[in-house]
Design a protein around this ligand. Structure first.
Ligand code: ATP
Length: 310
């Protein structure tokens, strides 16, 4: 006869991608304290992994390992814990979960790693607790936690308006090859927006980036490279001038385009193909212009279950 301790604990495992913004058009600061955005997100093949296991009702905890986790509090302020708690509160509160997260997405790197973990926790807990929640409802909960959370659930390539949380998928043909240059230390998103307000008090244009969308629809990486746009780049570079050197080295070495990812300090380089990405990542490593270099491809799916049993 098997003892209670041998009964397997139900375990849910979720993989969730980082995002880059191919376009990030930022309007002037509104009276609500937010900046209106028109952005084009792409999910890329750099993933955090989250495991969720049932715990006593009311107990929601997280443990973290991997990239940058000494900088993240594993307490109630953690976005994954906040996501699980929100879901529990909305469904009667009698739930508990033990979360563990293996991070590969850099913390405060402009790749929405915290939002990705919140998205993973929403999906994992909804399955673990057997809740009747459809994907759209999950995205609505996500938007309450942060404007990048809905996209981490959706994945692919999508336009985001409003605060970046109103999403419409866009046609993107083929795979794009990116090299990511991680910087030493993060950049605070609020600090980058504050600098943006000082540098561009009237904000940027929120028009749809049609040339970029056409390049995506045609799968034309050369055109795409010409139309990458990030209105926060100037502010991020102002706060971290070394990013300009990183960008210049990558462009000199044949990248089709370069941009600061989101609020930085990660820099994303678009490459013609996988071979070019291998060559560029080697050169960036040799030149010493980044703390670490990763090759990724996009678009990839949003948060997904890997296994659903112990
Ligand atoms: P964004 O691009 O969405 O503005 P980011 O990628 O620059 O964000 P994140 O890694 O999401 O930055 O971290 C932003 C803040 O969120 C950090 O100060 C971090 O301490 C906090 N945080 C809370 N929970 C997490 C988590 N699970 N993973 C990473 N950061 C978290």
């Amino acid at each position: 006869m098997s003892s209670l301790s041998e009964i397997p604990t139900p375990t849910i495992r979720v993989r969730v991608p980082a995002k880059i913004n191919l376009a990030l058009c930022v309007g002037a600061l509104g009276e609500d304290g937010y900046h209106p955005l028109t952005t084009v997100f792409q999910a890329v093949s750099l993933h955090d992994e989250l495991i969720a296991q049932v715990d006593e009702p009311g107990t929601i905890t997280v443990a973290m390992s991997g990239e940058g986790t000494d900088e993240v509090a594993a307490d109630d302020s953690n976005l994954a814990v906040r996501a699980a708690r929100l879901l529990a509160e909305q469904h009667g509160d009698e739930f508990g979960v033990r979360l563990s997260i293996k991070k590969s997405i850099p913390v405060a790197g402009g790749m929405a790693g915290g939002s990705a973990d919140a998205a993973a926790a929403l999906l994992a807990c909804s399955v673990l607790w057997d809740l009747d929640v459809d994907p759209e409802e999950l995205r609505e909960y996500g938007a309450e936690l942060g404007s990048d959370v809905p996209f981490a659930l959706l994945g692919g390539t999508a336009i985001g308006t409003g605060r970046g949380d109103k999403l419409v998928p866009v046609l993107s043909r083929g795979a794009h090859h990116w090299v990511l240059a991680f910087a030493d230390g993060g950049l605070s998103t609020p600090a980058v927006y504050r600098r943006f307000d000082e540098l561009s008090p009237r904000g940027g244009s929120l028009e749809m980036p049609t040339e970029l969308l056409n390049a995506l629809a045609q799968g034309d990486s050369v055109e795409l490279g010409k139309h990458l746009r990030n209105d926060l780049a100037e502010a991020a570079i102002d706060l971290r001038p070394s990013l300009q050197t990183t960008i210049d080295v990558g462009l000199d070495c044949g990248a089709l385009g370069a941009m600061v990812s989101g609020s930085g300090p990660t820099v994303a380089f678009l490459c013609r193909n996988e071979e070019a990405a291998v060559a560029l990542s080697t050169t960036l490593g040799v030149e010493g212009v980044a703390r670490a270099v990763r090759r990724v491809a996009g678009p990839v799916a949003g948060a997904r279950l890997i296994t659903s049993c112990a």
